[in-house]
Design a binder for this molecule. Structure first.
Ligand SMILES: CC(C)(COP(=O)(O)OP(=O)(O)OC[C@H]1O[C@@H](n2cnc3c(N)ncnc32)[C@H](O)[C@@H]1OP(=O)(O)O)[C@@H](O)C(=O)NCCC(=O)NCCS
Length: 170
């Protein structure tokens, strides 16, 4: 359990790997967070099935799923792993209270342990986002990631590619 401050109360929440029974709760967060992305249920379901290439973790308060994070292992299962933080979303009413930061740091430490148990280690974390998305700040703070390239007009606008090359600090 992790504690976070919500207004004047201390709220306990947990971060754990997604299970099949969580699909509809994660779909709800996805559909409320990404207005341009279609077919939420199909997107979440097919990604869930792709474990361990795709790993999804969620943040829960009591029984409510308030956010999720989706990591992708890139370019095969290697000894030195490059992970992509492909997607993170927190329910609008739960934002700016530390859930996103905790999702990143807690899930990453769970993944690092899984990698060690199969004889691998994390090398870099890759993450992309729109140039105008505040999530850039979150990635700088939680992952020590830096912008390495900007791609004009990729999805809906210009996109930055950020890399964390010293992931031991995160
Ligand atoms: C990006 C996103 C996941 C961040 O989640 P979040 O739970 O709001 O993240 P955090 O609360 O950890 O951090 C966000 C900000 O709140 C601040 N914060 C954290 N705890 C806080 C608290 N208790 N009180 C006030 N502010 C707080 C953080 O410092 C951070 O500030 P900054 O942007 O100035 O650095 C969320 O905004 C979201 O779902 N956005 C829509 C989907 C999206 O764009 N996803 C990213 C692209 S894939």
């Amino acid at each position: 359990m992790v504690q976070l401050q919500k207004r004047d109360e201390k709220i306990k929440y947990k971060i754990r790997r997604m299970k099949l029974a969580d699909v509809s709760a994660v779909v709800k967060v996805h559909s409320q967070s990404f207005s341009r992305q279609l077919e939420s249920e199909e997107w979440i379901s097919c990604n869930f099935k792709a474990y361990p290439r795709v790993r999804i973790y969620l943040a829960q308060v009591d029984e409510e799923t308030v956010g999720y994070i989706q990591w992708i292992e890139k370019s095969g299962f290697r000894r030195e792993v490059v992970l992509e933080l492909e997607q993170i979303a927190v329910m609008p009413t739960w934002r700016n209270q530390g859930v996103g930061s905790s999702l990143i740091s807690s899930s990453l430490s769970l993944i690092k342990k899984e990698l060690v148990s199969r004889g691998s280690a994390l090398k870099h974390v890759l993450v992309t986002t729109r140039t105008d998305n505040d999530a850039q700040k979150l990635y700088k703070e939680t992952l020590k990631a830096s912008v390495e390239a900007t791609i004009p007009d990729l999805f809906s606008a210009d996109e930055v590619i950020m890399i964390s090359r010293d992931i031991s600090v995160a």
